[in-house]
Design a protein around this ligand. Sequence first.
Ligand code: FES
Ligand SMILES: [Fe+2]
Length: 453
Amino acid sequence: MGCKFLSPIWKTPGDSKMTLSNLIVDDLDAGVFRVHRTAMTSQEILDLEWKQIFEKCWLYIGHESELHGPGDYRRRTIAGRPLILIRNNQGEIKAFYNTCTHRGALICRADEGKAKVFQCFYHAWTFDNNGALIGVPDEAGYGTGFDKHEMGLKPVERFSSYRGFCFVSFNPEVEDLVSYLGPATEYLDLIVDQSEAGMRVVAGSNKYAIKANWKLLAENSVDSYHAVPTHETYFQYLADVGGVLGPRGSDSNGRARSLGNGHAVDEAPAPYGRPIALWHPMFGEEAKAEIEQTRARLVSLYGEERAKRMSETIRLFLIFPNLVVHDIVSITIRQFWPVSPGEMEVTAWELAPGEEAGKVLGLRLDNFLTFLGPGGLATPDDVEALESCQIGYQADAVEWSDVSRGMHREPQATDEVQTRAFWRKWLAMMEGHSDYRDPEVVRADQPPAPATR
Ligand code: FES
Ligand SMILES: [Fe+2]
């Protein structure tokens, strides 16, 4: 693609100028990457995203720890489809469409719970927690062509999990999950390995809406460039209470990587303490022994270098298209869905080591609420920034957003290689290309981000 500012592009269906590739200017030699802002405002683009992206990718649905025992379930809406994630009596986790095979009513009408059976409230057909239809009132009313065995709940086309993170896909042909995740597994491992008892999602979640295009949160969630200016209040607060360990937002700290397949990470030295496992005076003396024990356990399990990386670096990472994991002070799982071109809904959960309790768990949950919570010290800043961008797009004479930062050098934490990773995969999927390649993928065998401050 040339570095020309073409006049768009996305007009009306059937318009001969309408091409998706003209929405992105990607010129590696010139160090220029731009995104046409209609990608954030067009209903036609969103319609195509549902079809080309959300119907084809692996999509996060929940965490195994949310389903402790047989019959535990979570109701989830994934890409607009009502689903149930359930652990059956055999202990297996399955994902079903949440619709009665009789005439369509939702068979599960609570967000979470435990059930041996689901009885549809409309005509009382009953399904077991493995999806089989086991009860039909007045079954004699059906003829010989009616076979209960064919009328069980429909499983989602594909279900798979990686180390507790469960995904579904509506695409029967989708590649296997581990191949899809690629080097992103390294970053999930860095989190999952923090606990020998297993990581668990703490009960409860945050839900909020943002009046901005969903892709803006994919960009923002792995963007360190905005951290210091946008979150000035938070960093000033940390400085006031002596909570900052080192510089933040400097180009010389950390690095960003495109992991391929649209996944990306920004990894940097922690500028503050972490329950895993970097004690800071702000956490109080009573938390010190437990945090230091955790650090010693990580060293004995994984060696000094990996334990240091797990403890002293933070990770913001994005699994394409809409799953973000923030391993900072707390570990937040965040997922977001478009409602319209200019609005999204966000859900966030907190992930904690299974063995963590008391004071240290309290510190983690406090950070989940007070930093990344919808009323916390960071998220309202981000919401304001994203909504401001969306309003700015109404000035449609200004057609392009610039995402070129760091394109000419080894990616650093405040660069935008993460954002370009997302957009390149987005364009490939929107165009239906299977030969996707991100020229800025950093090889997986490169050394990790420095953990020195
Ligand atoms: S719609 Fe469920 S039993 Fe009729
Ligand atoms: Fe932010």
